[in-house]
Design a protein. Structure first.
Length: 350
């Protein structure tokens, strides 16, 4: 039996001497705050990012408790991750179940980064894979009220840009036609698996009908779990993708419509081993993959770009450099596909 991806890194020695948790603030207008996890050992440092940040820690209870976490010691990567799984990382338990995985990923990714750095190797070398230039999409909504210019202004500056668009029931047929005419949309994200209330059922169904008719080649991500929507989506099952419900390989196998495409979000999956098992499952089953982020401000953006370079470089990866998240795009941004740098140790893009 061939060696699994997990076993290639599980036994990496890991020395943790100290740790800190810091706030990372995105510039206005985003004004988003995430938490940076720093693990130090010897002359090396490992970094991870909790994308939930102060949204999941509004009173700062975790930041206050973080210095007392017992992380120091001599470990392997596997034993350290088992240890973290047994720690109480939530002085005040979150209401959102997925939040547990977001925070755990910040520690696991920092540990992987540190273990690789202490071994003097990069993730590509450790996993025996060759990184490739990454194709990415710009992910955005069209505003409230939705307008074509949200896409049009970006295409004027970067004509080759591709998009992942958040669908809205308020999209008019005319707007759908105008956006579709650009030929620049790779993914329509319905965000239908978050349990959000549907305010206008008729408008929702009309939006699905318009999208399915005008975007015949786009990936259809997270359609709503409703009988009327399922009837519309079923003929298009081959291009349905799932994101929100996916945390394990078993979740993929159980996904509706026999999922053929998966949005692999490391922070949502929450663990190094589970992530590597998903990559292996998708490769074994011949499933298409692309990567996704969750508003990273710091090192985690480069980490998901590196994973895309290793496992699905040709997918419509929602891993565009963070500057693409700004309302207005400045000139001179990196354009796809950026080539991965060589000779970088740890779990880093650069």
């Amino acid at each position: 039996m061939p060696e699994s991806l997990w076993t290639r890194v599980a036994d990496l020695p890991l020395t943790v001497a100290a740790h800190t948790i810091e706030r990372l603030e995105a510039p206005a207008p985003s004004e988003r705050v995430t938490y940076l996890v720093r693990l130090r050992g010897g002359d090396a440092e490992g970094l991870g990012e909790d994308v939930g940040g102060d949204m999941l820690d509004p009173k700062g209870a975790f930041l206050a408790a973080a210095p007392s976490l017992e992380l120091a010691g001599e470990w392997t990567l596997a034993t350290f991750l088992d240890h973290v799984a047994g720690l109480d990382l939530w002085p005040e338990p979150p209401e959102w179940e997925a939040a547990w995985r977001l925070r755990r990923w910040s520690f696991e990714s920092a540990a992987l980064d540190l273990a690789l750095a202490q071994a003097g190797v990069g993730l590509a070398e450790a996993l025996g894979r060759e990184p490739a230039p990454v194709r990415f999409v710009n992910s955005l909504g069209l505003g409230d009220p939705p307008v074509f210019s949200a896409v049009g202004r970006r295409l004027e500056r970067y004509p080759g840009l591709r998009f992942k668009l958040d669908a809205q029931a308020s999209w008019s047929p005319e707007l759908v036609d105008e956006v579709a005419a650009t030929g620049a949309v790779d993914i329509i994200d319905f965000k239908g698996r978050y349990g959000l209330p549907v305010e206008d059922e008729f408008a929702l169904v009309a939006m699905y009908e318009a999208v399915l008719a005008r975007f015949p080649d786009a990936i259809l991500e997270d359609p709503h779990d409703r009988p009327d929507v399922a009837a519309l989506i079923e003929p298009h099952a081959a291009r349905v993708s799932f994101d929100a419900p996916i945390a394990t390989a078993a979740d993929i196998a159980a996904a509706p419509f026999g999922a053929r495409i998966v949005n692999v979000k490391p922070s949502r999956i929450g663990g190094v081993r589970a992530l590597l098992e998903i990559y292996e499952h998708c490769a074994r089953e011949g499933l298409r993959m692309y990567g996704g982020g969750m508003g990273e401000v710091g090192v985690a953006r480069g980490q998901i770009e590196l994973l895309a370079a290793l496992f699905h470089p040709d997918g419509p990866n929602d891993v565009a450099p963070s500057a693409y998240n700004m309302p207005e795009l400045s000139p001179g941004l990196p354009e796809p596909p950026p080539a991965p740098p060589a000779g970088v140790s740890g779990f880093r893009w650069a």
